[in-house]
Structure formats: C-alpha cells, structure tokens
Design a protein. Structure first.
Ligand SMILES: NC(=O)c1ccc[n+]([C@@H]2O[C@H](COP(=O)([O-])OP(=O)(O)OC[C@H]3O[C@@H](n4cnc5c(N)ncnc54)[C@H](OP(=O)(O)O)[C@@H]3O)[C@@H](O)[C@H]2O)c1
Length: 256
C-alpha cells in the first residue's frame, strides 16, 4: 500500500491510463481523492473502484483546457475536503506527428493539450496551497520526451519541455511558502491511448509499473523523477552525445 494516507489528492486526467492506476493505488490509504477528466462515465467507474477500496472520492467531469472549469474543480475540492494536499497534473497526450506533415494548428493543439492544461491548474493550485499551513505538493506527469526533441514527437516534446521549465521556476519561487513541485518523466507506458500509434517503444513498461513509480515520486517528492532506468539512461546518453551523433541514433530508433 502507498504511504500516502489520509490526504486530499487531486488527480487531473484520472479516467484512464496512468492517472486511473494511480487513483487505484492510493485508494486503500483512506485518502480523499478528487478525480477529474472529460469522460464522465469512465471517471465515475474509477471513482466507484476508489470508494470500494476505502477512500472518499469526488469525481468531476471537466475539460482542463477551460481555465474557469479548472479553477472550479480546485474550488470544489476545497469546499468538499477543506484543502488540496497533493495534486497530480496528469492530463496530456502525444500522438505520432512528423514535422513535414503537421499543420500550424496541430502544433498549437498539442501545446494546449500538454501545456495549457498544466497552467490552468497550476495557477489556482498555487493560490490555494499558498494559503494552506502545510503548503502542498504539485506533481506533473511530464515525459522523457520532454528532455529532448524526439523524432515524430516534436510538438509533444516541445510542450512537455515548456511545462518542465515553468514548473522549475515555480519550484524555486515557491519553496519558501511550502509549495513543492515534482516533474515526473516516464518512458513508454503501455496505455490504451498509445497502443496503436505505430511508434517504436523501447523498454515499454505496464501502466501498473508506471503508477508505482508515480506514487513513489508523490511520496518522496524529488524535483525530477525519471523511469524506467534503461530509457532514462538512453536519453541521458543521447543528450551527452554531439548533436550529429545523437541525431543519427534517434533517426535509427525512429525507423528513419
Ligand atoms: N503512455 C506513455 O507512454 C506516456 C509516456 C510518458 C508520459 N506520458 C504522459 O502521461 C500522462 C497520462 O497519459 P496516459 O498514457 O495514461 O494516457 P491516457 O490514458 O490518455 O490518460 C490521459 C488522461 O488525461 C485526461 N485528459 C486528456 N485531456 C484532457 C483535458 N483536456 N481535460 C481533462 N482531462 C484530460 C484523459 O481523460 P479524458 O479523455 O476523459 O479527458 C485521461 O484521463 C500524459 O500526460 C502523457 O503525456 C505517457
């Protein structure tokens, strides 16, 4: 069982994949979970599992692209449970996209789906946690793809990279007020959403394994968490190589 017990935890993007699995792992801890995503039936099904496993749960269907809807979710969590102790900003997606085929609108859409959804929760959460005696933890599900521009993942890599930078600034500024920030960088995770996208997925892990890593990061609160180690080591090595060499390796890995 996770060591997070008797806490109010907001998970944005909890209707499927990693977010839903994290909710299931936190459920036996007698927590108060606030789950949100757009698909109400899927979200309600996860909430039902959480309640059955021993945590209180509020499920709210809301689009994280809407700043007012995000602020309303944070307000509803506080009204229901009095605080938000931990927030996992997990909404995001990264479809296969080659740079010679994307439109300008595609790039903007991926930026919104991976960056705006973070900003829309970050701002009201900082306002709320700043007034809480113990501050709070804001974690973001970033990606190892946010550490470098991967082929066929350009708009996604760029959006995740921007989110990491924003979170890094917030961490430095807000430490004195007790607000902590963790960026979590998974490698490939076998969730339904990406199973048919045609991208090669070296060292892919299951969503259960990914959720274990995420919960450990929520417990230990490192500034950055990277997993699984083979993919993290590969990315670190590629970043250390001269650009012509790393580009050649990346082209090969992407099947180009
Ligand atoms: N799978 C991987 O290989 C992998 C690797 C590295 C990082 N990640 C990151 O991990 C996170 C979770 O992804 P996943 O693989 O678990 O995929 P997923 O099953 O598609 O989970 C994404 C979650 O975010 C929600 N979401 C998406 N857009 C939203 C919006 N506008 N408003 C509210 N909720 C929204 C989705 O629910 P609704 O559709 O119901 O709104 C869903 O609950 C993402 O940030 C992704 O970038 C994934």
């Amino acid at each position: 069982m996770a060591r997070i017990i008797d806490r109010t935890v907001l998970i944005v993007g909890a209707s499927s994949g990693i977010g839903a699995e994290v909710a299931r792992r936190l459920a036996p801890g007698g927590n108060r979970l606030v789950l949100t995503a757009r698909r109400a039936p899927e979200l309600a099904a996860v909430a039902q599992e959480v309640r059955a496993a021993g945590s209180d749960c509020l499920d709210i269907a809301a689009d994280a692209l809407d700043p007012q809807a995000a602020a309303d979710v944070v307000a509803a969590a506080v009204t229901e449970y009095g605080s938000v102790d931990v927030a996992l900003l997990n909404a995001g997606q990264g479809p296969d996209m080659s740079m010679d085929q994307v439109s300008v609108a595609d790039v903007s859409r991926i930026m919104a789906l991976n960056y705006d959804v973070v900003v829309n929760y970050l701002v009201p959460l900082i306002a709320r946690m700043g007034s809480q005696r113990d501050g709070g933890l804001i974690a973001h599900t970033n990606s190892l793809a946010g550490l470098m521009g991967l082929p066929r993942q350009g708009p996604y890599s760029a959006a995740k990279s921007a989110a990491r930078t924003l979170v890094d600034s917030a961490r430095v500024e807000l430490a004195p007020r007790g607000i902590r920030f963790t960026s979590i960088h998974p490698g490939f995770v076998a969730t339904d959403r990406i199973s048919g996208d045609g991208l090669p997925k070296p060292f892919q892990i299951s969503q259960e394994q990914a959720a274990r890593h995420v919960v450990r990061a929520l417990e230990r609160e490192p500034a950055q968490a990277y997993f699984p180690w083979p993919t993290a080591a590969l990315v670190r090595t590629l970043r250390a190589l001269p650009t012509p060499l790393s580009s050649a390796v990346l082209r090969r890995l992407a099947g180009g």
